[in-house]
Design a protein around this ligand. Structure first.
Ligand SMILES: [Zn+2]
Length: 74
């Protein structure tokens, strides 16, 4: 085996290990991140307070002033 072949092999293996570790770290980060909340977002039509409530709630009472509001749709 020639010396440049050994160096090439060494570089390829090192890059492969680094790439694998980066993939593993990314996969771990994704699997540990909590899923985004599915709560509905409400914006009070009276006091403009923004709050969230359970996804099965159609109209929610504003915690600031008590006004009933429809969920914000995107
Ligand atoms: Zn309000």
């Amino acid at each position: 085996m020639r010396i440049d072949e050994i160096i090439l092999l060494y570089v390829v293996i090192t890059l492969g290990i680094v790439g694998l570790l980066a993939l593993l770290a990314e996969w771990r980060r994704r699997s540990f991140n909590p899923r985004p909340s599915e709560d509905r977002i409400f914006r009070c039509s009276q006091c403009h307070y923004v709050y969230t409530d359970d996804p099965d709630v159609d109209r929610s009472r504003c915690p600031q002033c008590g006004q009933f509001n429809d969920p914000v749709r995107f």
